[in-house]
Write a protein that binds this ligand. Structure first.
Ligand code: NZQ
Ligand code: ZN
Length: 385
C-alpha cells in the first residue's frame, strides 16, 4: 500500500429530518450566510422554504440559478456577494454543481483576482470560508471531498481544482430529498458514483486489498439499488444506500493506499466542455468502450476479478469473464435508461480530435491505469458514436 493522508472531518448528519440540525451546524461559523442553490428544484420540493424557515435567526444572502456543469460566471456572482456582505459561511443546497460553485465562492472570497485563476491553478487557493451543504443528489461526493469542477464556456474548458479546505465542515444528507430526482438524474448520478469507483479500482497498485473490497461492495450497492430507486423513486432504503455510496465513493476512502491518474473523467470533462452534457451520461457512454479498449494480457486479471467479485460471474476463463463483466456494465447502464451512444445525445465526430487533444493537454493520461495518447482517446470516442 502507498502512504496516504486520510482526514475525514466532515460532520455528516444522515437521515430523515436531519435538516433540522442546520442552525446548530451553522452557528459556530457566524450569522451571515450565503445560500447557494441551482435552477429551482429546491423551490419545487419545498426545501428552499424549509431552509429559510430554519435560518430565521441568521442573515441570509442568496445566489440561485447555479447551472449543471456550474459556470465561472455564477461563481463570480457569489464571490462578489461574499466580499461586499462580509459573509461568514457558505451554505450550498443542491447537487454537485451547486456545491462545487459554492466551494469556489468560498475560496474566491479571499482571492484578489478572478476566481477562474483558482480553477486553472489550485496553488492559488489560500484561505477558504467554511462550507456547509444540504445534499439533494447522490453522485459526486462533493459533500465530503476537496474537489470542485467548474466550466468556462467562453474557452470550452471544464476543469477540476481542489483544496483540502474545500472539504465541507458539515453536510446534511437526507435521502428523502432524492425522491424528486428525475429518473435521468438518478441513473446519471449512479453512473457517476460507479465511475468514481472504477477510476480508483482500476489502478496499477495491486496491494491495496482493503480498498478494492470496499470498492466492490459500493459497486454492488449501486447495481442493487439504482434499479429499485428508478422503479420506486420514494423507496427510502434504495435512496439511502445510494446516497451513502456516493459519499463513500469519493472521499479518499477508496484511493487510500492507491494512486495514479483517472481516465474516463478527463475524457468526459471534454465532452461536457464542448457540448454541456450531463456528466454521468457521458461517463456511462465512455466507460464500457474504455474498458474494452484497455483489456489486454496485463489488465485481464483485474477485469476478471471485477466480473467475479462484483457481477458474480462464474466463468473460469479470464478473458471470457472480463468481457462478460464489461458487457454487464454496458447493459446495466442501458437498462437504467441512459442513452449509450454519443450520436443519441447529439454529438458527432467533428470535434473528437480536438477533445482528444484537450484531454491530453489538461490531464496526466500517461499516469493512468493504462497510459493513453491522443490517438487512443480519439479511438475510444469514435467507438462511442
Ligand atoms: O439546478 P436544480 O434546479 O437544482 O436542478 C438540478 C439539475 O438540473 C437537478 N436536481 C438536483 N437535485 C434535485 C434535482 N432535481 C430534482 N430533485 C432533486 N432533489 O439535477 C440536475 C443536475 O444537478 P447537478 O448538481 O448538476 O448534478 P450532479 O450532482 O451530478 O453534479 C454534476 C457536477 O459535478 C461535477 C460534474 O462534472 C458536474 O459539473 N463533479 C464534481 C465532482 C466533485 N466535486 O468531486 C466529481 C465528479 O466527478 C464531477 O466531475
Ligand atoms: Zn464524476
Amino acid at each position: 500500500m502507498n502512504n496516504f493522508r486520510y482526514h475525514a472531518y466532515t460532520d455528516i448528519r444522515f437521515g430523515k429530518g436531519q435538516v433540522a440540525c442546520l442552525p446548530e451546524v451553522l452557528a459556530p461559523y457566524g450569522k451571515k450566510v450565503l445560500m447557494v442553490y441551482g435552477g429551482g428544484s429546491i423551490r419545487k420540493n419545498g426545501l428552499y422554504d424549509k431552509v429559510k424557515e430554519l435560518l430565521a435567526d441568521f442573515e441570509v444572502f442568496e445566489v440561485g440559478g447555479v447551472e449543471p456543469n456550474p459556470k465561472i460566471t455564477s461563481v463570480r456572482e457569489g464571490v462578489a456577494i461574499c466580499k461586499t456582505e462580509k459573509i461568514d459561511v457558505v451554505l450550498a443546497v443542491g447537487g454537485g454543481s451547486t456545491i462545487d460553485a459554492a466551494k469556489l465562492m468560498a475560496g474566491g472570497n479571499y482571492y484578489d483576482g478572478d476566481p477562474w485563476d483558482l480553477v486553472t491553478d489550485s496553488s492559488k487557493i489560500g484561505k477558504v470560508l467554511p462550507i456547509v451543504t444540504v445534499l439533494t443528489l447522490a453522485a459526486t461526493g462533493s459533500e465530503m471531498n476537496k474537489n470542485a469542477v467548474i466550466s468556462n464556456m467562453e474557452t470550452n474548458e471544464k476543469l477540476g481544482t481542489s483544496s483540502h479546505d474545500f472539504i465541507p465542515q458539515a453536510s446534511i444528507c437526507d435521502p428523502e430529498y432524492l425522491y424528486t430526482l428525475p429518473a435521468k438524474q438518478t441513473a446519471a448520478g449512479t453512473a457517476d458514483i460507479m465511475s468514481h469507483i472504477f477510476e480508483q479500482y482500476f489502478q496499477k497498485t495491486t496491494t491495496a486489498y482493503i480498498s478494492d473490497r470496499f470498492a466492490e461492495s459500493l459497486l454492488k450497492t449501486c447495481i442493487h439499488y439504482c434499479p429499485i430507486a428508478l422503479k420506486e423513486p420514494e423507496n427510502y432504503e434504495a435512496r439511502a444506500n445510494l446516497m451513502w455510496a456516493s459519499t463513500q465513493a469519493l472521499n479518499s476512502l477508496l484511493s487510500a493506499g492507491k494512486g495514479g491518474g483517472w481516465t474516463c473523467h478527463p475524457i468526459e470533462h471534454e465532452l461536457s466542455a464542448y457540448y454541456d452534457i450531463t456528466h454521468g451520461v457521458g461517463l456511462a457512454i465512455v466507460t464500457p468502450r474504455w474498458m474494452r479498449y484497455i483489456l489486454n494480457d496485463t489488465t485481464v486479471i483485474k477485469f476478471a476479478e471485477y466480473g467475479r467479485n462484483v457481477w458474480d460471474i462464474k466463468e473460469e476463463d479470464a478473458y471470457k469473464c472480463a468481457n462478460m463483466a464489461i458487457d454487464a456494465t454496458e447493459q446495466f447502464f442501458k437498462d437504467c435508461g441512459i442513452p449509450m451512444t454519443l450520436t443519441e445525445i447529439g454529438i458527432d465526430d467533428s470535434k473528437i480530435d480536438l477533445m482528444a487533444e484537450d484531454t491530453i493537454k489538461y490531464n496526466n493520461m500517461a499516469g493512468a491505469y493504462v497510459a493513453l495518447d491522443k490517438e487512443d482517446i480519439a479511438k475510444i470516442l469514435r467507438a462511442c458514436l
